[in-house]
Every structure is written in C-alpha cells, then in structure tokens.
Write a protein that binds this ligand. Structure first.
Ligand code: NAD
Length: 180
C-alpha cells in the first residue's frame, strides 16, 4: 500500500510579548492571515508576569490572542515561549517548541537578526499608528487612569477586566515605588 504524502503547508511565525495585545498587533495578524492559512503565534517572555513591563501571564495573553483570532480567518497555534539567557540559542529554542514554520513576520530588530542569522526568511511588516498602538503607552494610560480601551480589541478589554488587570498593574507599580 502506498503511503499518502503529507501536504506541505507553509506556516508563518509571529512573536510578541502582547503586554497587552493591541490594535497594532491585530492589524499585523490580519495582514499575515491574508497571506497564510496557518500561523504560529509565539507568546514571548512567557515566564514574565506581575511587573510594570509585563503585567499579564502567558495564560492571560493566550486568552487575548485566541479570542482576538476568533474573528480572523487563519488557523493559529499559540505557543508560550520562555526567555533564554543566550540570544544565540533563542531561534533553536523557539523551533524546539513550535510547529514547523518557514517564514517569520517581525518588526523587532533583534528577532529579525537572530532568525536571519539562522537562515530563516523574515518579512517586515508596516507599523500601524505606532504613536498610540504601543504597549508601554497603553500601560501608562492604565496607570494614570486615561482611556486605553479604544487601543485594544474588545476581547482584550474583557480579558483584562476578568483578571482586574488594571488593579494589578497599579499594585505592582506601587510596589516598585515602595522599593525605590
Ligand atoms: P511586542 O508585543 O512589543 O511586539 C510584537 C511585534 O509586533 C513586533 O514585531 C513589533 O515590532 C510589532 N508591533 C508592535 N506594535 C506595532 C504596531 N503598532 N504596528 C505594527 N507592528 C507592531 O513584542 P516584542 O518585545 O517585539 O516580542 C519579542 C519577544 O521575543 C520578547 O518576548 C523577547 O523577550 C523575545 N526574545 C527572546 C530572546 C531570548 O530569550 N534570548 C531573544 C529575542 C527575542
């Protein structure tokens, strides 16, 4: 009996910290979905949470990504990726945990360099309204009480409210100040 050949399905790879996932990330996901049927989404710094720069856990970011992607026409595999202390080994670490992919989508210069050095094609994407769609600025708005909800997809607002994310961010920021 002849064995059926597996159909090669080239996948894209997109990694981010998603602290939180914002409208710029969503626009990128839609751009990639227009080119690809399948996508691997890496949750970078999966080991980090409960800090001012990284308030949300990998699981909470998983919820943000999967709920946002419900509305996007792509089959996505979401993989948490803890950081490793040697950049030279990071792409091997990523490949050891993810389904196979052939192209990386990134605007992050370190991510781009590391994958290009390991002979992986990297596609650069346009930046969408970077003045506002930017994690640091969104977290600052949460801390100062300014509106932030319009800068992230609706499912992300829900995911953050479910875990009292703004309250958590304020508590960890207050803890940082107490230590200074
Ligand atoms: P991020 O959430 O800030 O951004 C994710 C991607 O979206 C980036 O390519 C970014 O340029 C892009 N983006 C952000 N705002 C955008 C906008 N408005 N419009 C269009 N694109 C936009 O995440 P990040 O910090 O870039 O994630 C990289 C992850 O890889 C981090 O978790 C980092 O720790 C990890 N990493 C780890 C190692 C290691 O462990 N040694 C090495 C390299 C990278």
């Amino acid at each position: 009996m002849q064995r059926a050949h597996t159909v090669h399905m080239p996948r894209g790879f997109y990694v981010g910290r998603f602290q939180p996932l914002h409208e710029g990330h969503e626009a990128v996901l839609r751009e990639i979905a227009a080119e690809r049927n399948e996508l691997v989404v890496g949750i970078g710094s999966a080991d980090k949470s409960h800090s001012v720069d990284n308030p949300f856990t990998a699981g909470e970011r998983h919820v943000m990504i999967t709920r946002t992607l419900e509305d996007v026409d792509v089959d996505a595999y979401v993989v948490p990726l803890v950081d490793v202390d040697r950049n030279a080994l990071w792409t091997s670490h990523v490949r050891s945990l993810c389904p196979p992919f052939d192209t990386v989508y990134s605007n992050n210069p370190l991510v781009t360099r590391l994958f290009e050095e390991s002979d992986t094609e990297v596609n650069e994407l346009p930046m969408f309204n970077r003045q506002e769609y930017e994690g640091t600025g969104i977290r600052e708005r949460m801390l100062s009480g300014d509106p932030w909800e319009h800068l992230v997809p609706d499912p992300v607002v829900e995911a953050i409210e479910e875990v009292d994310g703004v309250g958590r961010l304020r508590d960890v920021a207050a803890d940082d100040e107490a230590e200074d």
